[in-house]
Design a binder for this molecule. Structure first.
Ligand code: FE
Length: 274
């Protein structure tokens, strides 16, 4: 295997990677190669799930090329350098984020790991023809837990607008309850064990080319034209599979079903002869 095989493989995988159905865990993809018999893994820049011009006129091709092709690429390449020959090399990106946060005393890898995760989550939170009112289960949950979609919009706009300087605005689950949150710099809700469902990047590099310093217009455009509610519903489904969502719905169970004997179920029972 020639030197630099990981970088070559990473580029190849990034160029052919299919659009993701869900990327709320794991984030950036890994490529692998073998050096001297030891498996090494590096994170690769995930492909965008749409053409770089597909979000125009609401997010320009130029913005995506710079944001994804330069900023996101930079976080991933810096992370790969930081974790080379450390135990983090074998970890999932989400685990590196949580562990390197180190209970509020972040280790050097935290910023690049979290930014790599946040940006993958952000780019997959967008879709051409997105935005407007949500559909499906997330729409019902927003009405039930946040009052109404209009109230969600009000809370989300406030979070995004009031985040001082660089950061992120989120819709997340906190113990099965929807919450709107904001985080500074690279911080994300994973560090509190919340489950992110939707994010907006409010770093200036995300909107300056299209909106200059007009963050409120950028936030409104995101909500009205870009939010991928399909993936939010998919993330909600996934979250429910991994968390305690409350009492089971006993109506789903057939209480009158016969209980099979081992014999009826075709299970051989070996008598204990001791
Ligand atoms: Fe960004």
């Amino acid at each position: 295997m020639p030197p630099g095989c990981c970088a070559t493989a990473a580029a190849a995988i990034a160029s052919i990677a299919p659009p993701r159905i869900s990327s709320n865990r794991g984030g950036s993809k890994r490529s692998q190669c073998n050096r001297g018999g030891i498996a090494r893994a590096k994170f690769a820049l995930p492909a965008l799930p749409y053409e770089s011009s597909a979000l125009e006129p609401y997010m320009s091709k130029k913005t995506l090329e710079v944001h994804w092709g330069k900023h996101q690429r930079g976080y991933i390449e810096n992370l790969n350098r930081q974790i080379a020959n450390t135990p983090f090399e074998g970890y999932l990106l989400e685990d590196i984020v949580k562990i390197s946060y180190n209970r509020g005393s972040p280790q050097p890898a935290f910023n690049n790991a979290a930014q790599a995760w946040n940006h993958d989550f952000f780019f997959t939170s967008l879709k051409p023809g997105g935005g407007k009112s949500p559909t499906g289960e997330i729409a019902e949950l927003i009405d039930k837990q946040l009052g109404s979609y209009d109230n969600f919009v009000k809370e989300f706009k406030l979070a995004a607008a009031s985040q001082f300087g660089a950061g992120w605005a989120w819709l997340a689950l906190k113990e099965a309850k929807l919450v709107v949150e904001k985080t500074p710099n690279a911080i994300n809700p994973l560090i509190w064990d919340h489950i992110p469902l939707l994010v907006l990047d409010v770093w200036e590099h995300a909107y300056y080319l299209d909106f200059q310093n007009n963050r409120p217009d950028y936030v409104s455009t995101f909500l009205e034209h870009l939010v991928n509610w399909d993936i939010v519903n998919a993330r909600l489904d996934r979250a429910k599979a991994f968390m305690n969502w409350g009492e089971p719905d006993w109506d789903l169970f057939d209480k009158d079903a016969d209980i099979l004997t081992y014999e009826e179920a075709g299970i051989d029972v070996v008598e204990d002869s001791s």
